[in-house]
Write a protein that binds this ligand. Structure first.
Ligand code: NAI
Length: 481
């Protein structure tokens, strides 16, 4: 019987291993973490992350062949395959600050594996890491191995939060990179056999280690680049009277381009896109490729531009001041069907509005008040000027923010509404009721193009939809570009 252990019980480790345990009932899977509250939550009825379908999978296997534990060393010691799925954030200080990946957690996991192992193991990079990290990990393991053999594989994860279970059941591909020698290929085969329990073999791609590591960074860079491309187009649409949805549809029907991931929005967020592109930029720079680095920098710059452009549009439309005005924020998570707020565009938009003295009333169906307050009170790291932490809030400004538990309460007596996450429930709100309870003129700024703008205009709202032809009201206001 093969035993698997996964270090890191986060957004990737938890769901990935739960699905693996479900699909491989004869394999024992232990998910371990140094965070006791996180492991306690995995062992409770209220899992630490919200992900559609996850509760069901965990309920089926927990206690059978899926275990969550803080006893990291024991489970690593007992297992044949060790996945490492710890966080790899952007470095905030020292060499490479603002761009390079911080591998502190990875390195400490690797040293611990070397320390406690008494039998040969396959160590799998599940975290997203810079290309050639496996080489460094190999060195740490070999130099501390006491004669035990370790094989390193790169098996980056491509799940998307919000659809993680669906993605894990039916992945577009599983990527496994290994050393091009018999021992390396044997390890690749062992991991392939695990995935082959439910993934068709033709969807399991085997490459060398460096290609697998780089493919993950490349995939995220390409995905984010599509969003920045359509967002840059959305600014031009607003300036010219074109409609970004129509343009995206026309462009996306070209089979070489394809229709997915072409929705204009207030900007991309999540823990990965920005971090992984910054990492890619750093690797390009370290390899003497500044032109390639600058190309990818623009993807993040356009994303920052889009968030600023949105916030500026809110302020300029409302007579160039939001001071003392109540603004309802509908949605705080970085996308629907997740409670994750890491790098959510809502943080930047809210900070900007708070700095202009607006009073915010925030509602998100999955994000807790504590998390929102924490996100808004943290100094923001400026990736473009890594020495700076942006402190745009004066002490006490968070008093301007309240977090409420439904959209009607959030919008009551508000001057404007910003839709910042595309939660389905925002499409079916009773906007007539909302309009009646708002100050007039009542504004809706739709950062996700989810509300029915025509209907809302009939009710009496002034509506801004990203990348769509502007209301005459908005056209008459000062330019926000
Ligand atoms: P996360 O922050 O949710 O989870 C990481 C966990 O690792 C934390 O619970 C932390 O306590 C634990 N940890 C850190 N050091 C440890 C150690 N030495 N021993 C035991 N536990 C330790 O991070 P998330 O989102 O799961 O991401 C993990 C990796 O997967 C990152 O490299 C990320 O870039 C990558 N990734 C994330 C995706 C996502 O959608 N969140 C998708 C694909 C890849």
């Amino acid at each position: 019987m093969v035993k698997i252990c996964c270090i890191g019980a986060g957004y990737v480790g938890g769901p990935t291993m739960a699905v693996m345990a479900l699909k491989c009932p004869e394999i024992e899977v232990a998910v371990v973490d140094i965070s006791e509250p996180r492991i306690n939550a995995w062992n409770s009825d209220k899992l630490p992350i919200y992900e559609p379908g996850l509760d069901d999978v965990v309920k089926q296997c927990r206690g059978r062949n899926l275990f969550f534990s803080t006893d990291v060393e024991r489970h690593v010691f007992e297992s044949d395959i060790v996945f490492v799925s710890v966080n790899t954030p952007t470095k905030t200080q020292g060499l490479g600050a603002g761009k390079a990946a911080d591998l502190t957690y990875w390195e400490s996991a690797a040293r611990m594996i070397a320390d406690v192992s008494k039998s040969s193991k396959i160590v799998v990079e599940k975290s997203t890491v810079p290309v050639r990290t496996a080489e460094a990990i190999e060195k740490i393991l070999m130099h501390n191995s006491k004669g035990i053999e370790f094989q390193i594989l790169s098996n980056p994860e491509f799940l998307a939060e919000g659809t993680a279970i669906k993605d894990l059941y039916n992945p577009d591909r599983v990527l496994i990179g290994g050393r091009d020698n018999p021992a390396g290929q044997k390890a690749v085969k062992a991991l392939t056999d695990v995935y082959a329990h439910w993934v068709p073999l033709e969807r399991i791609i085997c490459t060398n280690l460096w290609s697998a590591e780089l493919s993950k960074l490349a995939a995220n860079a390409f995905l984010a680049q599509r969003i920045s491309s359509v967002n840059a187009m959305s600014a031009l649409c607003e300036a010219t009277g074109a409609d970004v949805t129509q343009v995206a549809h026309a462009v996306g029907t070209d089979t070489r381009i394809g229709p997915k991931f072409l929705n204009a929005s207030v900007g991309f967020g999540g823990s990965c896109f920005q971090k992984d592109i910054l990492n890619l930029i750093y690797i390009c720079e370290c390899n003497g490729l500044p032109e390639a680095a600058n190309y990818w920098k623009q993807v993040i710059k356009v994303n920052d531009y889009q968030k600023t452009r949105f916030a500026n549009r809110v302020v300029s439309s409302m007579f160039n001041t939001v001071s003392g005005k109540k603004i309802a924020i509908l949605g705080f998570a970085f996308k629907k069907d997740t409670g994750d707020t890491r790098e959510t565009p809502a943080i930047d938009v809210c900070n900007r509005l708070v700095a202009d003295m607006a009073k915010l009333s925030i509602y998100d169906p999955q994000v807790l008040e504590e998390q929102i307050r924490k996100d808004l009170s943290m100094a923001r790291f400026d990736w473009d000027h890594p020495a700076h932490l942006q402190k745009i809030k004066a002490e006490g400004m968070l008093e301007q923010v309240c977090v409420v538990s439904d959209a009607y309460e959030a919008t009551k007596d508000a001057h404007g509404i910003c839709v910042l996450t595309e939660w389905d429930e925002f499409k079916t709100l009773d906007f007539k009721r909302i309009f009646e309870n708002m100050c007039k003129p009542a504004f809706v700024f739709d950062g996700r193009n989810v509300v029915d703008a025509v209907k809302l205009r009939e009710i009496g709202f002034i509506v801004y939809s990203i990348g769509k032809p502007l209301d005459s009201w908005l056209k008459d206001m000062p330019s926000v570009a």
